[in-house]
Design a protein around this ligand. Structure first.
Ligand SMILES: C[S@@+](CC[C@H](N)C(=O)[O-])C[C@H]1O[C@@H](n2cnc3c(N)ncnc32)[C@H](O)[C@@H]1O
Length: 250
């Protein structure tokens, strides 16, 4: 069991660790963060956030780092939704394929940092709690790919951790503890800053549509996106989020 700071490889190791310790559903829920208690809620909030920023019933969604299908399960409720999920961890994808039985939803194991989609074929690209685990350079490379695969007017939605958000410091403190001890399995959590993201957007040719702090109750769950366990209302996502748009012209 490695306790070194690593990125891509460490995620696989973390998933294996959870699978050894818990029954499968619980292991997969912990592997994507938060456990079973928050699994459905996070999926509903992801779906609701996309709706707030223009997701239609028949949108083409590319979900990078789709994990254990928190978002896919919610989008599968929409019969005309077009969905492609990619991830680097085989166990998560195998699990997701068993849980999301929509034959028209596609999932693919990838090596990371490229998006196997032709140019201008996506309306939304999502990275929920993914850039949190990548080097900045990897996230930037993913955003370059995202710009390529988005149709003009298409949007990327991603969540991130930031020092400006008081509740995110607990994650950072956990990282520091891990670095000090290296005595347990963990994976890195990378922080980003809103002003830096604006510079990235400018350099990458995106327009900034929205950025919001994770602790603000800014996600509106509507009757359409609500479930029995997650009623309509205003919720905080937890992680901060950013929405960028590929300009329609240029
Ligand atoms: C915290 S989980 C979030 C999963 C999912 N997006 C969700 O919200 O439930 C992070 C996910 O990112 C995936 N991941 C890590 N590195 C990746 C990379 N380079 N490319 C794509 N996915 C990656 C992990 O395997 C994991 O499924």
């Amino acid at each position: 069991m490695s306790t070194q700071l690593r990125y891509l490889q460490s995620y696989s190791a973390v998933v294996q660790g959870y699978l050894a310790a818990y029954p499968e559903d619980e292991a997969m829920a912990w592997a994507v963060g938060g456990g079973l208690e928050t699994f459905e809620r996070f999926g509903v909030l992801e779906h609701s956030l996309l709706r707030m920023f223009g997701l239609r019933d028949d949108s083409r969604v590319v979900d990078v780092g789709c994990g254990a299908s928190r978002l896919a399960r919610q989008l599968a409720r929409c019969p005309d939704m077009r969905y492609f999920g990619i991830d680097v961890v085989k166990e998560l994808l195998d699990y997701t394929r068993r849980k999301v039985t929509r034959p028209d939803f596609a999932f693919q194991l990838v090596a990371g940092n490229t998006i196997p989609v032709a140019d201008a074929q996506a309306d939304f690209v999502t990275f929920f709690s993914v850039f949190t685990h990548l080097l900045h350079e990897e996230s930037y490379a993913y955003l370059e790919q995202t710009r390529r695969v988005l149709a003009p007017g298409g949007r990327v939605v991603f969540s991130f951790l930031e020092f400006a958000n008081a509740s995110h410091w607990a994650v950072f403190d956990g990282n520091v503890d891990w670095v000090r001890k290296r005595s347990y399995l963990g994976h890195i959590n990378v922080f980003m800053h809103q002003e830096d993201l604006r510079l990235w957007a400018q350099r990458l040719g995106f327009e900034v549509v929205a950025m919001a702090a994770g602790d603000a109750p800014s996600v509106r769950v509507t009757e359409r996106t609500a479930t029995g366990a997650v009623p309509a209302g205003e919720y905080a996502l937890g992680q901060s989020y950013c929405v960028l748009e590929k300009p329609r012209a240029g």
